[in-house]
Structure formats: C-alpha cells, structure tokens
Design a protein around this ligand. Structure first.
Ligand code: ZN
Length: 327
C-alpha cells in the first residue's frame, strides 16, 4: 500500500529532501500570484518501508489547537520509529494565520477548505490549494486534516471521514478515525475541502476537530496530538508504543448533519451550547438587530447534538450559526 519511498530511499517533497531515518524541515516559499507565503513543511522519512501519510493544520489560520498539536507531534516523533513517511504542513495558510483571519484567506477572501483541488494559475487560495493537492494529498496512502473551531466558534470534538466506495480505503479511514478517538464521528462529503479532494483521488482521509475560540489550552492540544499519534499507529506508520498522551474514547457515529446559516446580519444570541442534545423544532437562538428586536428565530431542523456553535455576538448574512449532528 505504499506510495512512499522504498526503505533506504530519500523522500523529496517540494524541493525538500529527507534521508532515510531523518526529519527535514524548511519554510517553502510559494508564489501565489499577487503575494508569496512561507509554508512550514516537515518531512519524516522512516528507516523502513511503509505508508505515506500527509497531514495538514492551519488550513484555517486561526485554528490554533490543530496548529500547536501538529507542530508538537511532527517535531517530537523519532524518525527511527517511523515506518514509511509523514509529510506535515504545520501552518497551511500562513497569510490567514498572520492576519488572525476567520474562515478566509485575506489574500483573496476565499475559504481555502472550499477551494480544493484549486488552480495553479488562479487566485492565491486556488494556487495554495493546488500546491497542497499536488504535494501533500496526491501520493499519500492516508491524508489527515487537523482543524478546530475557528476564532469565533466553540465545538465538541469530532472526527470526519468521507467514503470513496473502495472498501479497503474506506475501512482504513474508519480505522484511523476510530483510533483518533474523539467524541463524535461524522461521515459525509464537504465539497472543496481537503478531505473531499483526497477521497476523489481514492485516498483514505480523516478530519480531526478539537477545541476552538482562538485558544489553545494544553488539555486540547494534548488531546489533538494524542489523537494524531493514535491515528498514525492505526495507519501502521508508528509502533503502538508511540501512542502516548491522554486516552481516546469510542466515538459516537453521526450519519446526518445540518449546518444552519443566518440569512441576515445582526447580533447572535444562541440559547444552546456545544454538546447540547436538542429536539427537532427546539429553539436554538435569535439574531437581533442593534436595538434588540428579533430579526431571525432559529429552530432545529433535526434533533441531535450541537457540534459547533458560533460564539461571536456579530453575525453576518450567510455565515454559519451552528451545526447539529444526528445518529
Ligand atoms: Zn477549520
């Protein structure tokens, strides 16, 4: 199942080379047309043959738990215990990180995780998406994208995966997601996302989401990092002894998801919290005008658990309010 180098071969990605049994790091300068960015890349080339795993964090630049957790794992792993290879992009959207930008890349206002597979001749986000597709997703046996709630979002931890129709590939995605061991598992596509791009190529892929609200408490970082380590063990890249950190749990499977968006701008007053179980038709909150009058009353279209919740008072037309997942 390996697309990585045979044991004893150098791993070369985006001009960076890692010899067998070594870690290589570099900031890769990418020309995105109207601007250039510096993308921090880590290659870990195992001493023995095995699968290649691509991992990204910071596709959304203000999702700090994922960025802190991937950096920790990528820099702490001992290349001598790696079978195969790991290609890790520590902060995949550097301009969004620098700008502390919510949802979008400030270079073009696009959500990078709705822009895959991208276009090497397109806008900055399209070019960045095409680079990630070519260098990190393509050629992998498994792709993992690490996220958390954005600067203005709280969430309960969950993994996601997308089915490809290939039983062996889908079984690997499920095995890795189960090993990640977060509260919930959501199955379904997200067009334009990295995970959908991987699935389109027939590559197993998993999304991991822990924490949010622009914070990176140690409890969340260590949970995300430990989940990634367990995922890498499940993929056969690390030995069982490398699964250190807080224990995971058996994820509850969610097969339906409802994303609610506001069709008006105003002031968002949620009346639920992340992790709450809500019934279909339950009142979830209101968008009010500047003087407090109700513009929009939000009700649950399905019963289920509140997976994420926008926590900012400010609400813009078309922005997410929250998502409900159901079994
Ligand atoms: Zn995200």
């Amino acid at each position: 199942m390996s697309n990585g180098p045979a044991g004893g071969a150098a791993l070369v990605v985006a001009g960076l080379t890692a010899a067998p049994g070594e870690r290589a790091t570099a900031s890769i300068e990418l020309d995105l047309g109207t601007a250039s960015v510096s993308v921090p890349l880590v290659l870990i080339n195992g001493a023995s043959d095995g699968p290649r795993v691509g991992v990204t964090a910071g596709i959304h630049g203000a999702e700090y738990v994922s960025i802190a957790a991937l950096r920790r794992v990528a820099m702490e792993l001992d290349p001598a215990e790696v079978r195969g290879s790991i290609v890790a992009v520590l902060t995949a959207n550097p301009a969004a990180f620098a700008a502390r930008s919510i949802y979008v890349n400030p270079l073009d206002g696009r959500n990078l995780n709705r822009t895959l597979p991208g276009d090497p001749e397109g806008s900055p986000s399209q070019r960045l998406a095409a680079w990630l597709e070519a260098n990190v997703i393509a050629g992998s046996d498994l792709f993992i994208d690490m996220h958390c709630g954005d600067m203005n979002e709280a969430l309960i931890s969950f993994t996601g995966l997308e089915l490809t129709g290939d039983a062996a590939v889908d079984a690997l995605s499920r095995k890795v997601a189960d090993a990640y061991g977060l509260d919930y598992l959501v199955i379904g596509p997200l067009p334009g996302s990295t995970n959908t791009a991987a699935a389109t190529r027939g590559i197993a892929s998993v999304l991991g989401e822990v924490g949010g609200r622009g914070q990176w408490p140690e409890s969340d970082v260590s949970a995300h990092a430990a989940g990634l380590r367990r995922a890498l063990v499940a993929a056969g890249v690390l030995p069982t002894s490398a699964a250190t950190g807080p224990a995971g749990r058996a994820s509850k499977l969610l097969t339906k998801e409802a994303w609610l968006r506001s069709d008006v701008g105003g002031y968002w007053h949620p009346s639920v919290d992340v992790g709450d179980e809500v019934a279909a038709g339950a009142r979830l909150g209101e968008v009010r005008d500047a003087f407090g009058s109700v513009l929009l009353s939000v009700e649950a279209p399905i019963g289920g658990v509140v997976l994420f919740l926008v926590t900012s008072l400010a609400m813009n037309p078309g922005d997410p309010l929250l998502a409900i997942g159901a079994e």
